[in-house]
Design a protein around this ligand. Sequence first.
Ligand code: F6R
Length: 605
Amino acid sequence: MCGIVGAVAQRNIVSVLLEGLRRLEYRGYDSCGVAVLGEEGPRRARSVARVTDLDEQVRESHLDGITGIAHTRWATHGAPVTDNAHPIFSKDELALVHNGIIENYESLREMLRDKGYTFVSQTDTEVIAHLVHSLYNGDLFATVREAIGQLHGAYAIAVLHKNQPHTVVGARQGSPLVVGIGNGENFLASDALALAGSTERFIFLEEGDVCELSLDGVKISDRDGYDAQREVRQVAAYGGAVELGPYRHFMQKEIFEQPRAITDTIPQADSFDPSIFGDDAQTVFGEIDNLLILACGTSSYAALTAKYWLESIAKIPTQVEIASEYRYRESVPNPKSLVVVVSQSGETADTLAALKHAQSLGHKHTLAVCNVGTSAMVRQTELSFLTHAGREIGVASTKAFTTQLVALFVLAATLAKLRGHLSAGQEADYVKQLRHLPAALNSVLALEPQIIAWSEEFSRKEHALFLGRGLHYPIALEGALKLKEISYIQAEAYPAGELKHGPLALVTEAMPVVTVAPNDALLEKLKSNIQEVRARGGQLYVFADADTKIVNDEGLHVIRMPEHYGLLSPILHVVPLQLLAYHTACARGTDVDKPRNLAKSVTVE
Ligand code: F6R
């Protein structure tokens, strides 16, 4: 997704800007660009290839300067062509980069055309550039403040003007933006990660903030235009670039990192203590009588799995909603709800907006399950649980998902205990199972060679069905999502009992049917569903717990999982599905870590 980097320094900052873009590359983008201020005004280089190509252009054109902005673009308005790449100029005097979407750009464009501005791109960004230019009064900070009053939508911007050679102005509303504080130099970025090489001191701007970076300081005003003091946070954890090591792709590496990520995420204590969610958690948990979980994509499947846990262990009614639906739906607020947002990045625009919507409806109790401690979601919720997956580079989420499951299981067990539904013996059992989980995961990862053998077959297919039941239905959904995201094979998931109500019509010899088969209370029902597929000549690919006694037969291909792992079984069963998607995509030769059209952190609606 789009990324912003900006800098004001007493040295040539082009390498800082390009390094920042490199650090944001993994999020997905289709063009990139950089602009610096020279005596004649801004100069720029733009590319519809990778940042390395931009780097070459910069060298060839000797682009250098001490004030600059840079961008990676993920196209929303207008194709990924050079004219639409940022920085966007206005009258060769002002340069601007933008993340997000401006909803009223058409009316603004008409107004600016009437004022004599010519549009050379199809972007909504160009209206912001011309708008700021048209209002410029010698003070870029004040002008940007005035201009954003006319914008509707979500945005983070960085802008520079020829007349202020040592100034970069930024503003945010709905998209993240952080200021990096250096010594005699200051930076701006859409993610602190972009500035990891330059500073460890950050200000996370708040909604409606406008900032001005100069050589000797940073000025910030809040949404009402008043001077604002924002906390400077020391964030050292961003470290250097993540290495691929012996793996072929980051996705493979991240699948194999799951035992470590889960070990780091499981709370240290040998009991379920609410304080892990925040100091006020015990009080908050005592005031709620239901949960509303909001999330998107893979995170929403973690939430769906959690619904089964929360209702069966903690006996607490739980509703899961896709964030992008919830935010626009008329719903009935319940002040006794705990609103939980689940997000790897903590910056997903739809989930953030859904959180705000829930708060605006009067929900005061909120909790974030998130992998990024400094993210907007963690900052905007009352309670939080941080997963410790580490940075996830592959666009398709893997270790973030399984660590979210761990976090949500801990939430279910904690609520069960507080509500009197967890005996001391059960508590000890759950803690023991959590502690043993990394070892159990290692035994599942050891199945990789068998999964590679299946993936050859899958790589020649164009469609696949995934089946699961109960607690494992969301795992089937996640398996299908992984396969479609990275191999581009159309894959659908159904609760196995639903097969005969429609999707069975799709089953032929050409349709592989992947089945998640744990040895749980629904096993006998699932076996009947398997027979329904076999009777129609379908080819079943079953991940069966060792104790299910499901074995290879005609039309029935089985990979034996370890013995059934009780309520935590979904965390084991998703791993072979991740590996199947991964190796199928490799066999098809797709760009596994950066699948087409997708971005890592979806910061636009
Ligand atoms: C799929 C995937 C996405 C994300 C979704 C939400 O592999 O990664 O479906 O899960 O975009 O992202 P977060 O969790 O960052 O809110």
